[in-house]
Design a protein around this ligand. Sequence first.
Ligand SMILES: NC(=O)c1ccc[n+]([C@@H]2O[C@H](COP(=O)([O-])OP(=O)(O)OC[C@H]3O[C@@H](n4cnc5c(N)ncnc54)[C@H](OP(=O)(O)O)[C@@H]3O)[C@@H](O)[C@H]2O)c1
Length: 223
Amino acid sequence: MKVGLIGGTGGMGEGFALRWSSKHDILVGSRDVQKAKDAANNYLRTAQNFYGDQMNGNIIGDENLAIARKSDILLLSIHYENIEDTCKRLSNHLSDDCIVISPIVPMKRTQSGFVYTPIEDAKRSAAETVAAHLESFRIVASFHTISEARLKNLHESLDSDTFVCGDDKDALVTVNNLISEIPGLRHIYLGPLSIAYQAEILTPMLLNSAHRNKIKNPGIRIV
Ligand SMILES: NC(=O)c1ccc[n+]([C@@H]2O[C@H](COP(=O)([O-])OP(=O)(O)OC[C@H]3O[C@@H](n4cnc5c(N)ncnc54)[C@H](OP(=O)(O)O)[C@@H]3O)[C@@H](O)[C@H]2O)c1
């Protein structure tokens, strides 16, 4: 499968590229072609060192729109503020059956701690904002509470759960399989995309509790 990472040069993009390149071809996207190629080359070196002969995928970099055209799965590794502009640019470039993944968490830091901004600003969740701009595509929301540091460290098991929201059964199965390929990560179905805010809002909660209780790289596990 070809997995495209829009904004793949960022922290989460690096983690997904490293984890999924053992099986899949990873297309690292950026607004800047050279930045994408440099990041992809760095990720490839790390992945090849770790997986050796067991690595079945490749990692290449290109401009966001170019990778969107080739992707079976497209993960939006960008911030909430950039959804509208990015999705408008992407919408005419995705293949009809492309599955779009949103790990996006709208939040900001205030004097009280991290807060979930759609509540304060009376706006839509990140997942619903993506869906509004990519109407004809299957959207799945997940990975909101994954620690970037743990995701990037190939020697570490995630040892946590991630909630999954979406409206298309086949898309959910595909994304669940990708989740299961990351060691120690379990998918927990939460419901339709309309309640993805319940997964997104966990991230500021998790970060506040981690900061105030000195917990490093926190995650969530349902027992
Ligand atoms: N970090 C975490 O632990 C974590 C955990 C769970 C979920 N998330 C969510 O995952 C998403 C990515 O997080 P991250 O930590 O990887 O962020 P990041 O390191 O800041 O990377 C975001 C990427 O977005 C791109 N970008 C910046 N400005 C842009 C613009 N105006 N338009 C389009 N693209 C732009 C950049 O790529 P180019 O400059 O190369 O285009 C950048 O590499 C966020 O929504 C975050 O809420 C993060």
